[in-house]
Design a protein around this ligand. Sequence first.
Ligand code: FAD
Length: 373
Amino acid sequence: MAIIGAGVMGCSLAFYLASAGRRVVVVDRGRIGQGATAACAGGVRAQFSTEINIRIGMEAKRLLANFSQATGQTADFRQVGYLFLLSTSEERERFHEAAQLQRRLGVTDVRELSPLEARAIVPGLETGDLAGATFCPSDGLAGPNDVTYGFATAARRLGTVILEDTTVDGFLDDGAAVSGVRSAAGELLATDTVICAGPWAAAVGARRGLALPIEPSRRQVFTTDPFAGIRRDNPMTIDFHTSFYFHPEGEGVLFGMGDNSVPAGDDITLDWSFLDRIIAVAQRRWPPLLDARVKTGWAGLYENTPDFQPLIGPLQPGLWIAGGFSGHGFMMAPVIGRWLAEWMLKGAPPVDLGAFAPDRFAAGALQPERNVV
Ligand SMILES: Cc1cc2nc3c(=O)[nH]c(=O)nc-3n(C[C@H](O)[C@H](O)[C@H](O)COP(=O)(O)OP(=O)(O)OC[C@H]3O[C@@H](n4cnc5c(N)ncnc54)[C@H](O)[C@@H]3O)c2cc1C
């Protein structure tokens, strides 16, 4: 089996296929985990609005908590929680409905909080204008590098070959199905080929004449020098209205924010002027950040679809996709790798993944995710 892309998704899938005894080749035009995965903030949560994403979040927490038993590697999983700050009564109502669904599905620890209760969890928050908050203490953070290399190392131990610095530039076809890939290392024959090319999935699919609705979109993140003004167990804190977020990172803080003015495209030039816009929001929401010294920043790519849900499943005979995670692919990868491997090996996924059907846009059967950051 061939996997195009050695990000967290490709490495997770390789591990689960190899665990079932399959021979797997992963081909990446760069290095392991250096695509979208390298830019990731590491958040893992079950606080979603759709049933399927809540179930994935719950399963992701379970798999990450047991990661070292499964792979022999650490995931650096810290269950410090996720705190969503809600500015309007409409947002509070929306998160109330989502919390009810989460509880029904078994997320027993999700809580709806008053602004003052949120402030007690994150000292220094300005909460006077907030309508409410939600908090789930078992959500948290894991290490993107740890998880990706953990899967890659364990997959290699099981015989998987990972070819780095090797671009895939076409597909092989035996007349009935896709039968492998054409790469800088030559032709690689495979019974099944999976596109796990992250923000570049549409470009890869185009080589097979496919128009995959996945668009890259730049996101920027900054980190600070060691900063005593944040506790190490501070939750991932998200000001939902502005999408400003922060969490402890090493001895400092990692923070970022979405930017709707950025056009789609794979340019990852860091725009330092954006820092001023984030700081202006931080000044209103979490002023202690202004006392920290910004150390560095980077830009990475989200891989957005029109309904912010991924494309998972078969595209053509012999060709599959796992992509378009719309900014949630790190936490989804352990679960989707496991479920997709089962689908490929047994002919059906262990849970209904219809919400992620690659052809759903033509069919008009959408279940959009609303709790997108
Ligand atoms: C700033 C930022 C913060 C984020 N925070 C979070 C978060 O907190 N939680 C979360 O769950 N997600 C988060 N995400 C999203 C997450 O990082 C991605 O969804 C996830 O990493 C996607 O993994 P992937 O393996 O599908 O893609 P990638 O990591 O991009 O891997 C795809 C690989 O395909 C390779 N490739 C592309 N074209 C070819 C080709 N032609 N031939 C061979 N190889 C090719 C690339 O080199 C790349 O290595 C964040 C993303 C960004 C940018």
